[in-house]
Design a protein around this ligand. Structure first.
Ligand code: 5GP
Ligand code: MG
Length: 194
């Protein structure tokens, strides 16, 4: 007898899956083609905002055959919250010299825009030859700072999402799909007793 068709996985803490692993994979291939068209065959330096952009960066850069260098910047996170509060801070900055280099900055999600503004201002001070930005997700409805990314994977609604690198209180980064966290899982108290 043929094996029964597998129903799509839904993690018990998710209210819905917004983007499946297969959808993400397909979109990344198309993004890589757009990026390739912008840079030609030249070398560029990828700057990834960790931890959120780790999965996206590693999948995207494997679709790109240009010579690339990789560096990371760590920006302060939400902690166990679902809304950004105050101003993000740079916790760990670059180690590579990016003066006169073409730079591609990669983040998981563009939300209020504060993070991308902070980091692009820092990078511009280091005088790169060029700077482009790429985000997997864009929550346009939440923008507070007028900033857009040059390459966007998906526009998504104003919902708190986890999976594929995105966390809540450091959990769920390893989910292969991107989904909306159930409301009852969106408070720190839900994790307090472990
Ligand atoms: P922004 O500074 O644009 O408000 O926020 C960007 C950062 O906030 C992202 O790098 C990401 O870490 C976090 N963020 C924004 N929206 C979400 C979301 O829906 N889910 C998760 N897990 N993180 C988010
Ligand atoms: Mg982030």
């Amino acid at each position: 007898m043929p094996a029964p068709k597998k129903s799509p996985r839904l993690h018990p803490d998710l209210a819905e899956v917004l983007l499946t692993e297969a959808q993400i994979r397909r979109r990344i291939k198309a993004l890589a083609r757009d990026i390739k068209a912008a840079y030609g065959d030249g070398e560029f330096t990828i700057i990834s905002l960790i931890n959120g952009a780790v999965m996206f960066t590693s999948d995207l850069m494997r679709e790109i055959d240009n010579p690339v260098r990789l560096d990371c910047i760590r920006v302060s996170s939400y902690g166990a919250k679902t809304k950004s509060i105050g101003t993000p801070q740079i916790i760990h900055s670059l180690t590579l010299d990016i003066a006169n280099r073409d730079v591609l900055l990669i983040d998981d999600i563009l939300d209020t825009g504060k993070t991308l503004k902070l980091v692009t201002e820092l990078i511009r001070k280091l005088k790169p030859a060029s700077l482009r930005t790429c985000v997997l997700l864009d929550k346009k409805a939440r923008r507070e700072v007028p900033i857009e990314a040059d390459f966007v994977g998906f526009d998504i609604p104003n919902k708190f999402v986890v999976g594929y690198g995105l966390d809540f209180a450091e959990r769920y980064r390893n989910l292969p799909d991107i989904g909306v966290l159930k409301p009852e899982k969106q408070n720190a108290a839900a994790w307090a007793t472990g």
